[in-house]
Design a protein. Structure first.
Lengths: 261, 280
């Protein structure tokens, strides 16, 4: 009985069949990869067999202290991400709650948002050197300006009636912000934070490739120099796994914390 | 009525919206409206959609400022929204992140005239009064639209409002639920004895609920007729009166007046929208 809805336009989803199909697709993907590599449709030098990638990952973790690089990248991502979040939430909310803030900031944000982050890397290195500060700065540039607009949008989408109800129950603006607006926008805000955290992983690799002597991006770049394709792919795989795990963890928290949805 | 100041006095209130669009348009939505309300009186504002009756109610609630005139509630001039003037909107405003009981309890959150124990007690009291005792721990998006509106009413009452301002609160509900809630609202207010301003464009709803019906003209809103319902339909208000001849009679009269207004509105709109060169 699940078949018709699977193929129906916007058919009802069922958790069980979705999971099975997801796993099938993944196995299929690995299968096709294996075939292409095994029959050397693409030379193995460029596309190694999947288990070669896994054994490279194992080797890197055991022999090369790769876990330290992972840890460094994670730390960079999270510190930059948290910096973006702490700044974007209040500023984004002010942008929507006070027209003066919105009209002043929005044009600037809109402009900077369209600057390509990789193009800013050289400038940020001139400003901040090649230490940790420049990596944080790259990530911050890549996320803050997007996030602040997303937060402003979440704030704006809180129904006007909620705010008016707040006033007629005797709340002051600060209390309305805290007890009503923030609560009402929380689910979509957490979703946006989750997406932004994903971008951080894009920018960290860019930053570490350009200027770093540690971190996953650096490891990937170093392996490239000796055409160690399995190690390059192991590095990429690591980013994918961390990203997927974090994403799922936040989704889980989302479901638990916003049980009313 | 003149010897003492009434509970609510709306004196010569006008409202002009300044639209910033092409040119500088000034749209008058309310034109020198005056009315009084005694404590515990149930007023219905009846008028065609977009006539300005909601705006007038919002001015009474302090959510909108009048361009001219005054609103005085319980001897104090209305300058902004506060706990004294409770609102119930057509849109569901119970908070989805709170349960039914927590929503009602939220009404007491900003009261400093009572302590925590009293707040709990009040929340429980209004939960029971609106008949949602069994649903206390349900999140509000698990309950029906009618129940959500009862939560909103209970929350406003828990805040200790002196006057309830209701903007088509049952407008989004199906006919049967609406009738049930109308009846329940009257029952609740037999206990609470709050002054109410209830905005609707539903004639039957107006006649059934109101102590007095204020009929509004098309925009700009003026009061064209005030009907004291008790003069036409004596006795206790109950679902059964909808079957009486007196109810039919009054409803038909009100409906005829409103039909004329609706026609006038449509004609005015047509004239406004017609391209000027091709006009009369």
């Amino acid at each position: 009985m699940t078949r018709p809805s699977l193929f129906a336009y916007r058919g009802q989803s069922s958790g069980r069949s979705d999971l099975v199909l997801g796993i099938c697709a993944f196995i299929g993907f690995i299968g096709i990869w294996t075939l292409i590599s095994h029959f050397e449709v693409v030379p193995q030098r460029f596309l190694p067999l999947p288990w070669k990638v896994l054994s490279a990952l194992y080797y890197m973790l055991v022999e090369r202290n790769f876990s330290e690089d992972i840890w460094i990248s994670v730390a960079r991502v999270w510190s930059a991400f948290l910096l973006s979040v702490v700044m974007a939430i209040p500023i984004g909310m002010w942008m929507s709650n006070y027209r003066i803030v919105g009209t002043l900031i929005e044009p600037i944000v809109d402009f900077i948002r369209y600057l390509p982050v990789p193009a800013l890397v050289p400038l940020l290195i001139i400003w901040f050197g090649i230490g940790e500060a420049s990596k944080i700065a790259v990530l911050w540039m890549g996320t803050f300006f997007q996030l602040v607009l997303l937060i402003a949008d979440d704030t704006k989408r809180v129904p006007r009636e909620f705010i008016e109800i707040g006033y007629t129950l005797g709340a002051k603006p600060r209390q309305i912000t805290q007890d009503i607006v923030l609560r009402a926008m929380a689910p979509s805000m957490v979703d946006n934070l989750r997406i932004t955290l994903g971008w951080c992983w894009t920018w960290i690799i860019v930053a570490e490739i350009v200027a770093a002597n540690s971190g996953i991006g650096h490891v990937i770049w170093a392996a490239r120099r000796f055409v160690k394709t399995p190690e390059v792919m192991a590095g990429i795989l690591t980013v994918g796994i961390i990203g997927l795990a974090t994403d799922q963890a936040i989704r889980l928290l989302h479901r638990r914390y916003f049980r009313y949805l | 009525m003149n010897q003492e100041t009434p509970f609510l006095r709306v004196a010569g209130v006008s409202k002009i919206f300044e639209a910033e669009g092409h040119g500088h348009e000034r749209i008058q939505v309310i034109d020198h409206v005056s009315m009084d309300l005694t404590a515990g009186e149930f007023a219905v504002y009846l008028g065609p959609s977009g006539c300005g009756k909601t705006t007038l109610m919002r001015i009474v609630g302090g959510l909108e400022t009048a361009s001219g005139g005054d609103v005085v509630l319980a001897g104090r001039k209305v300058t902004g929204p506060d706990r004294q003037k409770g609102m119930v909107f057509q849109a569901y405003t119970s908070f989805p992140w709170l349960t039914v009981l927590e929503n009602i309890r939220f009404g007491t959150k900003y009261r400093n005239d009572i302590d925590t124990a009293q707040k709990d007690e009040i929340a429980r009291h209004y939960l029971d009064l609106v008949g949602l005792t069994e649903f206390a721990d349900f999140y509000v998006n698990r309950i029906s639209g009618g129940m959500r509106q009862r939560v909103a009413i209970a929350r406003t009452l828990a805040a200790g409002a002196d006057i309830l301002l209701m903007d088509e609160p049952f407008g989004a509900l199906d006919a049967q639920t609406r009738e049930f809630l109308q009846d329940q609202l009257l029952e609740i207010n037999r206990v609470e004895k709050k002054a109410v301003i209830f905005v609707t464009h539903d004639v039957e709803e107006a006649v059934f609920l109101a102590d007095r019906i204020f009929m509004f003209s098309a925009r700009p809103a003026t009061i064209i007729e005030v009907i004291k319902v008790a003069d036409h339909i004596p006795g206790e208000r109950h679902m059964d009166i909808k079957e009486t001849e007196a109810f039919f009679h009054l409803r038909n009269h009100v409906r005829d007046v409103m039909r004329d207004q609706a026609r006038a509105t449509e004609e005015k709109l047509e004239r406004a929208l017609r391209p000027e060169d091709g006009g009369e």
